[in-house]
Design a protein around this ligand. Structure first.
Ligand SMILES: [Zn+2]
Length: 420
């Protein structure tokens, strides 16, 4: 009790780390106490209390009385035990999803609930910087129109079909949009237009991180997420981190060798998984395309056609079969990674007939029964939500939380409540 406050001698970076860890735990386990947090992260109770007070003062978390049954066994003093939880309106996060399927800007609260969203009509993705300008302007308008206090927005997440380097804030390349390395221009355009911190991430990786924090992969540290729409890609998470590889190009499952088709992939081959287990392959097989080589100008056409296709029950057999083709690629992936979980996501991946096709073939042909050690599940997070959740993951539940900015803008009410 009378120990000198140890955190005053702790470097600022260590405090940021502890703040991020504690916030993450409070988000995952609402009602957790200061003492439990201290134990978990090897902090003194004084240090944990100090961080909790900071977060209370900045109106990022709130304290509440735990229900009786949970506290009566351990406490005999009559004083109700206090728990901590995220104050949902304390901070918010913004998202930009650049996709022919889910083209929108959005804002979510600190628990990941969408509080505002707006679809962006966009038919051309030709120029990366132009695209960045269109979406970031729309986000700025949405923030203005919804009267959201910009000082409470932790940052902007951008999710798109491109390989990116979030560390260098660059798009490495996008086969899908036809973009080369942009030297950070997309990121810079959004940052300048919104005045907020920005993180830019591949859609499969953004979905994987979102599922880990808010969805089907909570508490899971080894899993893969297959995003299947027009094409297919995989986000792999190991030890709670996205696996990127040396080039940042990891997860290109769409170019796994599969069956030969009378089609041409972006890479020039005719036997990529992208041509069979995907929307492009399915549309071609069903005679809904008048061309055999992937064309970027047709991205919106692929999207609308595939959305129509998955909506029609008559296509169940075809969807089932395409899902089965994905199983052929998930088998080696599973043997390589030994994941706890494989999540299917995207317009095709989240379709029941497609999902069942994958599941049945994994079971029947590759022997992955109920005891095979991993579960195949449908994603819980939509690609449109993934962008703002990515921003929460990056700028709220991490050491990158800009605590000083949030604290400076906390209301007097919050400060009073925290130190009462
Ligand atoms: Zn290919």
């Amino acid at each position: 009790m009378v120990n000198k406050d140890s955190s005053s001698s702790t470097p600022a970076s260590l405090r940021r780390t502890h703040r991020g860890l504690m916030l993450s735990r409070i988000q995952a386990e609402p009602g957790v106490s200061r003492a439990e947090l201290a134990r978990r992260f090897g902090l003194s109770e004084m240090a944990a209390t100090r961080i909790a007070r900071d977060l209370l003062g900045a109106e990022i978390i709130e304290e509440f009385d735990l229900p009786e049954e949970k506290s009566s066994k351990q406490r005999r003093l009559g004083r109700p035990r206090k728990g901590l939880r995220i104050y949902p309106k304390g901070v918010v996060a913004a998202g930009i999803t650049v996709s022919a399927y889910f083209s929108e800007v959005s804002i979510c609260d600190a628990n990941g609930q969408t509080i505002a969203r707006r679809e962006i009509s966009n038919s051309s993705f030709e120029d990366a910087t132009e695209t960045a300008r269109l979406y970031s302007n729309a986000l700025r308008d949405l923030i203005k129109d919804t009267d959201i206090d910009i000082s409470r927005i932790v940052g902007v997440g951008v999710a798109l079909s491109a390989k990116t380097s979030p560390d260098r804030s660059e798009i490495i390349r996008s086969e899908y949009f036809g973009w080369d390395n942009d030297g950070g221009q997309f990121w810079d355009e959004v940052r300048r237009n919104t005045g907020l911190p920005v993180v830019i991430e591949n859609i499969a990786n953004a979905l994987a991180l979102s599922e880990m924090r808010f969805g089907a992969a909570q508490g899971v540290s080894e899993f893969a997420l297959a995003h299947v729409a027009t094409f297919a890609g995989v986000g792999v998470v190991s030890e709670g981190r996205v696996v990127r590889g040396v080039t940042g190009d990891a997860g290109r499952i769409g170019h796994f060798r599969s069956h030969r088709r009378p089609l041409r992939c972006t890479c020039g081959r005719d036997d990529c998984l992208n041509l069979s287990a995907t929307g492009f392959g399915l549309l071609a097989k069903m005679g809904m395309l008048d061309h055999d080589t992937f064309e970027r100008s047709k991205l919106p056409v692929y999207a609308t056609s595939l959305l129509d296709l998955v909506d029609n029950d008559e296509n169940t057999v075809h969807l089932n079969e395409a899902g089965g083709l994905l199983a052929e690629a998930l088998d080696p992936l599973t043997k390589l990674l030994a994941p706890q979980l494989i999540i299917l996501s995207g317009t095709l991946g989240s379709n029941s007939a497609y999902f069942n096709g994958t599941k049945e073939k994994l079971n029947a042909e590759f022997g992955y029964g109920p005891d095979s050690g991993f579960r195949l599940v449908k994603g819980e997070v939509s690609p449109a939500e993934a962008a703002s959740l990515l921003a929460l993951h990056t700028f709220c539940y991490s050491d990158r939380l800009d605590f000083e900015r949030l604290n400076a803008h906390a209301s007097d009410h919050g400060k009073g409540a925290a130190y009462a």
